[in-house]
Design a protein around this ligand. Structure first.
Ligand SMILES: Cc1cc2nc3c(=O)[nH]c(=O)nc-3n(C[C@H](O)[C@H](O)[C@H](O)COP(=O)(O)OP(=O)(O)OC[C@H]3O[C@@H](n4cnc5c(N)ncnc54)[C@H](O)[C@@H]3O)c2cc1C
Length: 257
């Protein structure tokens, strides 16, 4: 969660092994995973940011179990994962023992650009533009409706702004720097864009927009309701919008933490 330093999953040393006990909810794609990359507490006495380490190990080790989480779209893309006395050889420690919190903060800068949210929804954006060009309402093409044109033009502006923010993340990485506040800004923007796009799509499609994939009457293959429901979760994963704004405030604007 947001307060990662308070995590309770433990990795206790036992000879050449760490013995891991704990659980993780909302693990994306865990049912497909061949390996798990986890953080666990390796020092119970140290200040909470300093007693955490990272591990990567095969997902089929004894003591690991997963149960599905079905989200509001009906998809089983996530799992609760449980670690019960999982004996992990010490060679699976990543980086430095007890420095895991700092390592993962750095790694998260690379996960958070929101690129997949902007581009992942391009088919919906493209589909809506095509839909309004091809569909009539009261004998008039939807593409002539000034409210719809206004919404689509606004989304195009926002889409291009999102792209530029993502390019900036890529440039910072190319320069060998960690894109901390740049990625935070881009993640906030692109995940919030996704919600605005889905809202506009539902408005434009009207009642048919609620039909999900599988219905022959669902416009754009049912992409709109899927995005409408799923987009809420993407502004939580890998750091919520509020946490990203905290990162921006401190690391970008130099405000006190
Ligand atoms: C779709 C999805 C996929 C995910 N995939 C994974 C995955 O693959 N692996 C994984 O490890 N985790 C995954 N997660 C978990 C995700 O990282 C957490 O949900 C996220 O970090 C938020 O933590 P939380 O759910 O515990 O909410 P909390 O941390 O309890 O936050 C609850 C609310 O309080 C706000 N809040 C908390 N602290 C502050 C603060 N200091 N200032 C202002 N507001 C604050 C938050 O913004 C949020 O609105 C996923 C989550 C989702 C929704």
């Amino acid at each position: 969660g947001s307060d990662l330093a308070s995590l309770q999953t433990r990795a206790a040393e036992d000879g050449d092994y760490y013995v891991i006990n704990g659980q993780k909810t909302w693990t994306s794609g865990a049912w497909l995973a061949n390996y798990f990359y986890i953080v666990a507490r390796t020092d119970q006495q140290a200040p909470k940011h300093r007693g955490i380490s990272e591990f990567v190990f095969p997902a089929d080790m004894p003591g690991i179990s997963r149960i599905p989480m079905i989200d509001i779209t009906g998809t089983e893309a996530w799992n609760d994962v449980f670690f019960d006395n999982v004996r992990v050889p010490k060679k699976y420690l990543v980086g430095e023992k007890n420095r895991g919190f700092y390592q993962i903060m750095h790694q998260l800068d690379f996960e958070r650009s929101g690129m997949e949210r902007l581009m992942g929804n391009y088919p919906l954006f493209y589909g809506i533009i095509k839909f309004v060009k091809e569909t009539k309402h009261n004998e008039q093409p939807l593409s002539r409706d000034s409210l719809i044109r206004n919404k689509l033009a606004q989304l195009q502006i926002e889409f291009d702004v999102g792209r530029l923010l993502i390019y900036r993340v890529a440039i910072v990485m190319d320069e060998g720097r960690s894109p901390t506040y740049e990625a935070a800004m881009s993640k906030v923007y692109c995940t919030e864009f996704e919600k605005r796009l889905a809202n506009s799509a539902m408005d434009i499609l009207g009642p048919y927009g609620q039909l999900v994939a599988g219905s022959k009457f669902a416009p754009i293959g049912g992409l709109a309701p899927d995005s409408y429901l799923a987009s809420k979760g993407y502004s939580l994963q890998a750091g919520t919008t509020e946490i990203m704004k905290n990162v921006l405030a401190t690391r970008g604007l130099g405000l006190p933490s």
